[in-house]
Design a protein around this ligand. Structure first.
Ligand SMILES: Nc1nc2c(c(=O)[nH]1)N[C@H]1C(S)=C(S)[C@@H](COP(=O)(O)O)O[C@H]1N2
Ligand SMILES: [Mo]
Length: 325
């Protein structure tokens, strides 16, 4: 369905899956922010949302990228925003939601540099307009053995990559996240080396499923989920999906990531979800879906590449996955 059928420019409400659909409330805010009541009211709604410490709506159209709409029931927003890993704000699952209000997400810039013909520092507002926002429902599988299903809002990282024009020396992409001891209480602690750094091979970074995310559940990202911009790589363990990114570097050598530095025998560069390759201290064969945690809830079998094998399996043809874990 095209938006012109509804007589306005924004994505039509039927193509938007906002938080109200997941929670059945705040319908009025969605309507206004989606522009249904006119642009003046829409910007008022966005300002009002911020003033009340609520999050601005981030309208998106449903993604048509193959694999971007898993059929599993989305995790409740309340769970996805209160059970987090974001070690800059503490190591307890409840710490990020409790502490991340100090994160200042504007102004925000993302520097893209290294082996590219057109290095550039992007302002957040520029990124928000760079490509049409898509909603993608992805499974997220944490290496610790739990998983969620989250409706993200963003666009393929490939959109950014093609604009900076990587050179022949760009073999890997490094993601550097904010490390600000003034606003992040655990930066300076010795849990990890800061900043939190992640990396992908260039072909993984260009894969259409690799998402640069700005929102979830129809709204901008809550701070604890990696505002204002994060990576989501759905076929890899959750720690590859770096939060609050400030720099993307194109490099020739495989980046040394925060988790590889911390425990190289436990975490590898690839970190593809793989039920057949156990973590040295626990099995990866099954997972607990957050929200299904009654005493009698069955664990779910973990799927190869988190269920994205049809889309990404060929990236690893010929690679020994037990060696390159
Ligand atoms: N900067 C940063 N990014 C991070 C982390 C972190 O500690 N710091 N934790 C990772 C881990 S282990 C997981 S499982 C996911 C969790 O994302 P979520 O809280 O949005 O579900 O974020 C990843 N990104
Ligand atoms: Mo994780």
């Amino acid at each position: 369905m095209s938006s012109s059928e509804h007589g306005f420019q924004h994505p039509v409400p039927s193509e938007i899956t906002p938080r109200s659909v997941y929670e059945g409330r705040r319908h009025w805010l969605r309507q206004m922010a989606a522009g249904a009541l006119g642009p003046a009211l829409a910007s008022w709604a966005a300002r009002d949302a911020l003033a009340q410490d609520k999050l601005a709506a981030l309208p998106a159209t449903r993604s048509t990228v193959p694999g971007a709409q898993v059929m599993d029931k989305p995790t409740a927003r309340a769970d996805a925003t209160s059970y987090n890993n974001f070690y800059e704000f503490g190591t307890d699952k409840a710490d990020p939601a409790r502490n991340a209000h100090t994160l200042k997400t504007r102004p925000w810039t993302l520097a893209v540099e290294g082996a590219v013909k057109k290095p550039k520092v992007f302002d957040l507002d520029e990124l928000l307009r760079l490509s049409p926002m898509e909603e993608r429902i992805y499974r997220l599988r944490c290496v610790e053995g739990w998983s969620m299903v989250i409706p993200w809002v963003g666009w393929s990282l490939a959109e950014l990559i093609k604009r900076v024009e990587p050179t022949g020396n760009a073999k890997y992409v490094e993601f550097v996240t904010l490390a600000d001891p003034k606003t992040m209480p655990y930066v300076g602690s010795r849990v990890l080396e800061w900043p939190y750094v992640e990396g992908l091979r260039l072909d993984e970074a260009i894969h259409p499923l690799t998402l640069l995310a700005f929102g979830m559940y129809g709204e901008v990202l809550p701070n604890q989920n990696g505002a204002p911009v994060r990576l989501v790589v759905p076929w890899k363990y959750g720690f590859k999906s770096a939060k609050s990114i400030v720099k993307i570097r194109f490099v020739e050598q495989q980046p040394r990531t925060a988790w590889v530095k911390a425990a190289p025998q436990e975490y590898g560069f690839y970190s593809n979800v793989n039920p057949k390759v156990d973590h040295p201290r626990w099995s990866q064969a099954t997972e607990r879906r957050i929200g299904e945690d009654s005493l009698f809830a069955k664990k779910r079998p973990t799927l190869m590449f988190n269920g994205y094998e049809p889309q990404v399996g060929q990236l690893y043809a010929g690679l020994d996955l037990s060696k390159h874990f």
